[in-house]
Each structure stands twice: as structure tokens, then as C-alpha cells.
Design a protein around this ligand. Sequence first.
Ligand code: SF4
Length: 103
Amino acid sequence: MACSTASALCERCDAVCCRLTVVLQPEDRIPTHLTDTTAAGLDVMARDAEGWCVAIDAAHMRCGIYDTRPDVCRRFVMAGPYCNDVRADYSDRNRRGIPLQMY
Ligand code: SF4
């Protein structure tokens, strides 16, 4: 089932939250090949070279471990204030990244 809100749609979500650092909690049960430990000793979801969580199903831009995803991912509110901030920042950075051409 698709989800939607006034400002965010699953059908065109960039899943930018899945590029944030996901700190794991002791109760999370994530396979170790999907996790990493930061220099500060925090257990986190591992990320690929482009910054995406390694658990993302990139073909469909959705969580590949949805049923067992970390607690912090369960608590992330789609179209909530943090979601909107992260999407706005991502959108701004993409816009700034497009070189201007003048003729
Ligand atoms: S565990 Fe799933 S929901 Fe959480 S960041 Fe990774 S892909 Fe996204």
C-alpha cells in the first residue's frame, strides 16, 4: 500500500533519510554485515561509498529490512519536521550542484 501526506509521497520519495547516520540501539537485531562502528565507538548502520545505508533496496528506493529495521528508523516521521528539513537541505544541495551555463 502506498503512503502519502500533503508534502511527501512514497511514489517519489528520495529516501534521503536513509543517508543519515543511523545509530543502533541494543535492542536492534541487525545482521553484523550491515553494521559498522564509528571512531567514537557507536554501532551504526553501514553506509556505501555514496552515503546510502547498505540496507536500502536501491532498485525500489525502500528499506530492504523493513520488518526488522532499527528503532530510530521506525520512529522517523514521514513528512515530519525533521523529514522536511532533511529533504529541503538535500534539494538545496542538488540545486546548488547544477552548474550554471551562460550563453
Ligand atoms: S535500515 Fe532501512 S529505513 Fe533504516 S536507514 Fe537503512 S534502508 Fe533506511
